[in-house]
Structures are given as structure tokens and as C-alpha cells.
Design a protein. Sequence first.
Length: 165
Amino acid sequence: MQISMTVNGKDITEEAEPRVLLVHFIRDVLRLTGSHRGCDTSNCGTCVVLMDGQSVKSCTVLAAMADGHSITTVEGLASGATLDPVQQGFMEEHGLQCGFCTPGMMLTARALLDNNPHPDEGEIREAISGQMCRCTGYATIVRSVQWAAQHPATQEETAGEEVTA
């Protein structure tokens, strides 16, 4: 079947079998490999992407269900050469170690901050509670999100810059 969606600000139309999961469509068809496949049971959260601004585990969504929607992957967080505050926060606060869970964590954090620009520690921990990190113990991830909340992108940083897939 033909599937059309906007991915990282770019309109795409591709062929895919109706049973293909969004995570496989993103990685195998679109060749965007930032979203990871972890557990294939929706437990780990490494496959999180944003669908119309809401975080979803792409291993639980069929690509056909994303038809007509807007998808953001970790590749779409930055605006040109300017990192998203979440990405910058993960750098500043050492919110990653092996990096496997990082894309999903970043997208979950972006969705949280878009809905709640000033979350407290408990709200951050609640938001990331559906994701597993085997390396950091979460403290640096929480600090990374707090950093991003304290350093939101300005209009000047994001105005007129195209995000590519």
C-alpha cells in the first residue's frame, strides 16, 4: 500500500506492506536509523518517535496508521546546525552513556517540554518512566531535561531553518 506522511518536516510517499511497523518503515524504508529497535514488545522505549507531537512507541504503531500524520524522529530535532535544547542538555549534563536509549529519551523529553515547559523532577521521571536505560541510573537524564527546560530555543534560533529527513 502507499503511505504518505510528513517526516521531519518533509512530505514522503512510499510503498509498504500493511503489516509493517512504523519503526521498521522509518529504519528500513526511510533509512533513518536514529530510532532503535530494542525489545519489540513496547517495554523499552528505544523506538519512541513523535506522531503529531505526541510520543509513541513506533514498535506498537503500524506504518499505515501514520498515514497522513507528522512524524518526528531524532534526526528531526535539530534545526540545521542548531541542536534542540534537549539534545544540548544531554550533552551538557552527560545524559547518555551507550546512547541506545537516547533517541527515545530525547523525543519523550521534547514532547514533555512542548506540553509542560517547566516540569518538576517528578514530572520528568513520570514522562520517562516508560523507557529503560541500563547505563545511567536516570539522574543525568533528568538533569538533561531540566537543563533543556531552563534553556528553551528562541524564535531566532528556529526561524527559517529547514529540518531535513
